[in-house]
Write a protein that binds this ligand. Structure first.
Ligand code: MSP
Length: 547
């Protein structure tokens, strides 16, 4: 039997942390919104590795369904598969460029997904929650979602032709679909889902999103059409080959496929037991129902464990120049900003810092190039970059290219910076654990700002003039370097290359991959008497704001 495995089972001496992005539709190149969601996961994955988890971070592409088949046709490709193959490098290359540390990249056209989905069909049939019928209703191709007559909106001509049926979510015209179909008995799970939300209030995060999910379920659930017969770009239903799997029924399973679902080997079963359930599915708020209603119901029907958390982020929006209104950035609206434009402005690390620490992750956020520059200049050029450059310069200048060695009896911990650094890892982790990256950044920036003030307060350049105060000068520089070392560790999930570079400049390259963040953040870890490299400015100030 083929194994469909990508990777070897992890040696389970660490707890598993399994985090996933949605798999992206292959209808156009990835944009800032897509990258945003992937980056949210990357920061969490890097953080969890740093605190000792064995992380599996999964992303990938959702390649089936009408929307992708249409895109292939529009672009003149002979088959949807050719189209998807042409797009895969765009996603993979972008993730590499943006320092995305995914451990797996799944494509729903891979044999492992085909195998898992067919296995799912068999299990669903055995479960008794599947029946054959016919679907007669509305379908939104851009959203790949079914809508009942009561849910649809009628056009008032603003968007479509008068009287046309429009998608209640995205406002685009709906397709009338009449076809034979298999149905999943979603309606049987209403009580069980409500009980789940009661028992596990943190299943949906941030908490305010739970209300939306709950009221949707309380409003009553209709059975879900899970196969299609009017087109064929999908995974065949094993026992009825004129049906192909509804794209969401296929896509949701990717999370389990990637950890061995349905593979008949001891290795795969061990991996599934180790990795499943996932700790986090990170998704946009538009697909929360699929992840918090349909997916848990599917898992309940299969008798599988449910993911621990679904974290729903808001949209990145841009201002429509004509209407002045904030609009979701999207490929189909044509208002998508290419990630490369931001990389050109801020560099990859500046890009990551801005999107991860200046955007409140539960809400929609308007983004602008002006704000990006402001944040970059204030936080990175003037504060963090400046601190590193001043402290390393002084260390190199006053101590012959080395980090200073403290004199005997110098009270290492008796200084304002050590006081702030005490417990900093706990304060930071409290925020990171719940994906409050803005809060986590504030914790680190407190130390950065304090260190910059400390330079002004202690005026090391004046102390250096007095040979009698040599011990004091060493103390000041050590305090600064120690603070920088700790900040580099805490910033690493956001700006991994900058942090690695800062540690390299202090001859601490080995620390960059440490997996005990709390220990790394203990005051006193700096090596004395080792080479220090001044290096170039980490974040050269952006010129355009100067005007
Ligand atoms: N293929 C489905 C997901 C299947 S997961 C089992 C899908 N794909 S998508 O490409 O349309 O969207 C993927 C994700 O990108 C969604 O979580 C969506 O919210 C997110 N974003 C798309 N545009 C976005 C913004 N403008 N801002 C933030 N996230 C955005 O849905």
């Amino acid at each position: 039997m083929p194994s469909f495995r990508h990777e070897k089972i992890a040696v389970a001496d660490k707890p598993s942390f399994f985090i996933t992005t949605p798999i992206y539709y292959v209808n156009a190149a990835p944009h800032l919104g897509t990258a945003y969601c992937t980056m949210l996961c990357d920061v969490q994955a890097r953080y969890r590795r740093a605190v000792g988890y064995d992380v599996k971070f999964l992303t990938g592409m959702d390649e089936h369904g009408e929307k992708v088949a249409e895109a292939a046709q529009q672009h003149g490709f002979a088959t949807p598969q050719d189209w998807c193959d042409s797009q895969a490098p765009l996603f993979k290359d972008l993730w590499q460029k943006l320092e995305i540390s995914n451990d797996d990249f799944i494509r729903t056209t891979e044999p492992r997904q085909n195998h898992a989905v067919q296995y799912l069909w068999e299990r669903m049939r055995e479960s008794g929650y599947l029946y054959k019928g016919s679907y007669d209703g509305w379908y939104c191709v851009p959203e790949e979602t079914y809508f009942t007559e009561n849910q649809v909106k009628k056009s008032d001509e603003e968007h479509g032709t008068k009287g046309e049926h429009l998608c209640p979510d995205c406002g685009r015209p709906l397709e009338r679909v009449q076809e034979e179909s298999y149905f999943f008995k979603l309606s049987a799970f209403q009580d069980k889902l409500l009980a789940l939300y009661d028992e596990r209030p943190d299943f949906v995060q941030p908490a305010f999103r739970m209300n939306e999910v709950r009221s949707f379920v309380e409003g009553g659930l209709t059975d879900l059409s899970v196969s299609r017969t009017s087109f064929d770009w999908g995974i065949k239903v094993p026992f009825d080959e004129k049906h192909v799997t509804y794209v969401w029924f296929d896509a949701l399973l990717n999370y389990m496929t990637s950890v061995g679902y349905g593979v008949d080997s001891d290795e795969a079963r061990a991996e599934l037991a180790y990795r499943w359930p996932a700790q986090y599915h990170v998704v946009g708020k538009d697909i929360i129902r699929f992840h918090c209603v349909i997916w848990p119901a599917m898992l309940m029907a299969l008798g599988e464990a449910l993911p621990e958390h679904v974290f729903a982020h808001g949209f990145l929006t841009v201002r429509n120049a004509e209407t002045g209104k904030a609009e979701k950035m999207s490929k189909s609206r044509g208002n998508a900003i290419a990630p490369q434009d931001v990389v050109d402005l801020l560099g990859v690390e500046g890009y990551r810092y801005y999107f991860m620490t200046d955007v409140a992750h539960g809400e929609d956020s308007a983004i602008s190039f002006e704000r990006m520059e402001q944040v970059y200049n204030a936080d990175l050029a003037n504060s963090w970059g400046n601190l590193v450059s001043r402290a390393l310069n002084m260390s190199a200048k006053y101590f012959d290219g080395k980090t200073p060695e403290l004199d005997e009896g110098w009270a290492k911990k008796d200084n304002p910076l050590a006081a702030i650094a005490t417990g900093i890892c706990d304060r930071y982790s409290e925020r990171m654990d719940v994906m409050d990256y803005v809060g986590a950044k504030d914790v680190v920036m407190e130390l950065v700002h304090a260190a910059n003030h400390y330079i002004e307060d202690t005026a090391p350049w004046a102390v250096a003039k007095d040979p009698e105060r040599a011990g004091e000068l060493k103390g000041i520089i050590v305090n600064l370097l120690e603070s920088i070392r700790i900040c580099a560790h805490l910033f690493a999930p956001f700006m991994p290359e900058t942090s690695a570079e800062v540690l390299r400049r202090m001859s601490l390259a080995d620390e960059a991959d440490a997996d005990d963040l709390a220990a790394a953040c203990e005051w006193g870890g700096l090596a004395g008497g080792v080479e220090v490299t001044k290096g170039d400015a980490l974040f050269p100030r952006l010129a355009s704001e100067k005007k």
